[in-house]
Design a protein around this ligand. Structure first.
Ligand SMILES: *Cc1c(COP(=O)(O)O)cnc(C)c1O
Length: 360
């Protein structure tokens, strides 16, 4: 299929209308068949639990055009598993793994010409979400839910490309509490973090770095991304905390760091260790790695390298993960799932898709 006519290399990270999205409703204990629609809005009762009590969770993953001309999804089973955990945490009916994967496949197939061509640096962002719907005014879980999968072609998260950003340690606001929902991908966490993020931007920083809410001593994560650092003796370290989101990108980087001999370790990282790092970075689906040039904490600033050039190991890790996503490096961990052509129409209740290893 011919790609849509778009200025692929200059796409921003924003919403663009595509051809179709897929919707399922949950009622009387079961999910409906999926309905494919062009409609971009949803009819919603004003007393829906998602609007008042935050019954909402979401996922984010990407489809890529590989060098061999396939369309591949990166680690979709991990997203499916994480969404089940998010749903359970806020008492929403989990979307079964198979249903999640089939739904994403169908939407990508239906919008295949919006998958950016190989070599453009762009990708197709997939956004699944679950919301509680229907009238409800008392605080109780909803009786009905909506599961939607939509896609939108996106360019790189940061327009400036793979360039270091500048973080500031946030001590006056927390994003999540230790036994709260910081480890679930729920919308409320984002609302809770917006004031801190905006405040940081007003002061000339790119994003905040949160500390653990209990001790205010250990690094948690950045607003929408996990945090990692490379120590001066060449170790990949990343925070161990109950209140951070288990990032699939971070999990993948840990695997790659291990292969590169960086002895990855998840451990509590005290904030004053920022002065000892050789490199620091944020990681997540949107940007893979965002190198961190400096971290400001109170009246002190830790700068990595010259503050403007990505570090050696961050760059290596970034390149390696991107190469796997694009089918340029062997997918030895089976992280890619090839989306079959639409002729091979999958069904919502149907079988499993093969996870084909992309050869080089
Ligand atoms: C989604 C998300 C991440 C990144 O997770 P990935 O699976 O790597 O995309 C990190 N932190 C928060 C708070 C998130 O919501």
């Amino acid at each position: 299929m011919e790609p849509a006519k778009m200025d692929w290399p200059n796409l921003d990270f924003g919403y663009r209308k595509t051809d179709a999205n897929l919707r399922f409703t949950w009622k009387d204990g079961a999910w409906s068949e999926g309905v494919m629609t062009q409609e971009e809005t949803i009819p919603l009762h004003m007393a829906s639990s998602c609007l008042h009590y935050g019954q909402e969770c979401f996922e984010g993953l990407k489809a890529f055009s590989t060098r061999d001309g396939d369309v591949a999804l990166f680690r979709i089973e991990e997203n499916a598993a994480r969404m089940i955990e998010s749903c359970k945490r806020i008492l929403m009916p989990p979307v079964p793994k198979e249903m999640f994967i089939n739904a994403v496949m169908r939407v990508v197939q239906a919008n295949r010409h919006y998958v950016p061509p190989y070599g453009t640096g762009a990708s197709l962002y997939v956004r699944p979400l679950v919301i509680g719907i229907g009238p409800r005014i008392g605080v109780r879980p909803a009786d009905e839910y909506l599961f939607i999968v939509f896609v939108t072609p996106v360019g790189p998260y940061f327009k400036t490309g793979f360039k270091p950003v500048h973080l500031v340690v946030e001590e006056s606001m927390d994003r999540a509490a230790p036994l709260g929902v910081g480890n679930a991908k729920v919308g409320g966490n984002y609302a809770a973090g917006m004031r801190a993020s905006m405040g940081a931007k007003e002061r000339g920083f790119t994003e905040v770095l949160y500390l653990d809410a209990k001790h205010k001593k250990f690094i948690d994560e950045s607003g929408p991304a996990n945090f990692f650092a490379i120590t001066k003796d060449g170790q990949y370290i990343t925070p161990k905390s109950e209140s951070i989101l288990p990032s699939i990108t971070n999990k993948s980087l840990i695997t790659l760091a291990d292969q590169m001999g960086l002895r990855p370790e998840r451990r509590q990282i005290a904030v004053d260790e920022i002065f000892d790092f050789a490199e620091a970075g944020c990681c997540g689906t949107a940007a893979v790695i965002t190198p961190v040039g400096s971290i400001t904490w109170r009246d002190r600033k830790a700068t990595y390298g010259d503050g403007e050039t990505p570090g050696e190991y961050s760059t290596k890790l970034y390149k390696q993960l991107r190469a796997i996503q694009l089918g340029e490096a062997p997918d030895t961990h089976n992280w890619l799932t090839i989306v079959p052509d639409a002729g091979n129409e999958p069904t919502t209740t149907g079988g499993v898709f093969s996870t084909k290893t992309v050869s080089c």
